[in-house]
Design a protein around this ligand. Structure first.
Ligand SMILES: Nc1nc2c(ncn2[C@@H]2O[C@H](COP(=O)(O)OP(=O)(O)OP(=O)(O)O)[C@@H](O)[C@H]2O)c(=O)[nH]1
Ligand SMILES: [Mg+2]
Length: 368
């Protein structure tokens, strides 16, 4: 499974720059993207220090990290600054992502005019949030109109489910009208099904990336703290990132980049944190597989069963699932190896309904 993260933001906020930094990409940031241009797509390796711990114990020939896919949707995001709101192709592209990254401009540069005429981080976050709310409200209204028509012609057996849907949509609508994004609500399972169906944008986790200039690096932490207090909440976090500098560093050899970072007093963690936060916001946990001389990190949704997790590696493993041999990374470290863990009886044998835990090291046994 790969996780899809869509990058949005006002024009000229640094979306493509941040995209390049995250994915070591080289997409053009000079020319404005044109209407109808195809989005930039790239992947980033998700930082996972536990793979090093695992490698030191198991000495595999190969180590594979989880990946996150980033999509710089580009051109059509211009809609965000206009009255017409999110629609058409942009809405389709946004609906299909798991998580949103919202790039907000904090850097100052006289040669790059701000589309709103002035720099105002909070105003820009508010207006992006509002666009997402409007988009969801429009979807709801369209669906409610259709439901009214369906209700008129409904057979007695169909009425209950239509009425239930209407009820849920009206409830969501009230919350949105009170500026409450759907991600902040605790939604019961019947309603959650509808949310998943409609792919509401405010139901998606969101990472707000504050794109600061080099000269703002010394205020990065305090700015992040201030905005975090105001805008973070359920499924939403804030991070500051020096997009332009990180993009330039991402194009350098690792050793040269390290030297540069030291000079700037720039911790690697800025970029890594952004990747990790966007990954974790997506409600994912990581388990590790170790087989045929390869250790690998796998992303799965919280609550995934052993049998379903096996299917992420290979469909045959899911179909022919027998059992999973599991151990937490902590226990494996204590034992010093798989063989020792087995001897000590620390290697658990789990059935198909076992819920995989973050940090489990798993070997699946299966029939072909
Ligand atoms: N000085 C400075 N310039 C930046 C920074 N981040 C981005 N820029 C510049 O701002 C301009 C726009 O950056 P992009 O990354 O293309 O922004 P965008 O949001 O993708 O723009 P559109 O796709 O046209 O909406 C480019 O000239 C960047 O080099 C920064 O931190 N400091
Ligand atoms: Mg761009």
């Amino acid at each position: 499974m790969s996780i899809n993260i869509g990058i949005i933001g006002l024009p000229q906020s640094g979306k493509t720059t941040v995209f390049n930094a995250l994915t070591k990409g080289k997409a053009d940031t000079v020319s404005h993207a044109t209407e109808g241009a195809s989005p930039h797509i790239g992947v980033a390796r998700v930082p996972e220090p536990r793979l090093k711990v695992l490698t030191d114990i198991l000495h595999p020939g190969k180590v594979v990290f989880s990946e996150a896919k980033y999509i710089d949707i580009g051109a059509s995001v211009k809609n965000l600054a206009r009255d017409k709101g999110i629609g058409g192709q942009l809405l389709n592209q946004l609906s299909s992502v798991d998580t949103l990254i919202c790039v907000v401009r904090a850097f100052t540069d006289a040669s790059i005019p701000h589309p709103q005429g002035s720099l105002d981080i909070k105003r820009d976050i508010d207006s992006l949030n509002m666009e997402l709310v409007f988009s969801d409200l429009a979807i709801m209204e369209r669906r409610l109109e259709k439901l009214e028509i369906s209700l008129k012609g409904a057979k007695p057996g169909e009425r209950t489910s239509f009425l239930q849907e209407k009820d849920i949509l009206l409830r969501f609508k009230t919350e949105l009208e009170n500026d409450k994004p759907l991600r902040t609500l605790s939604i019961e399972s019947a309603a959650a099904r509808f949310v998943a169906n409609y792919q509401f944008l405010t139901a998606k986790p969101m990472l707000i990336v504050i794109n600061i200039g080099e000269e703002q690096l010394s205020q990065a932490a305090s700015l992040e703290k201030e905005l975090d207090a105001q805008f973070s909440g359920a499924g939403c976090c804030v991070v500051t990132l020096c997009g332009k500098l990180e993009m330039e560093l991402s194009q350098l050899e690792e050793s040269a980049a390290r030297e540069f970072r030291n000079e700037f007093g720039l911790k690697e963690s800025g970029l890594k944190r952004t990747i990790k936060m966007s990954y974790e916001l997506s409600d994912l946990i990581t388990f590790f597989s170790s087989a045929s001389n390869e250790v690998r990190a796998w992303p799965i949704k919280k609550g995934t069963t052993a049998q379903k997790a096996a299917g992420k590696i290979h469909t045959d493993m899911e179909k022919g699932f027998i059992r999973a041999e599991c151990i937490s990374l902590d226990d494996l470290v204590k034992c010093g190896g798989i063989a020792e863990a087995r001897k000590k009886g620390m290697l658990r044998s789990e059935g198909k309904d076992y819920i995989i835990q973050d940090g489990d090291v798993v070997t699946f046994l299966f029939n072909v």
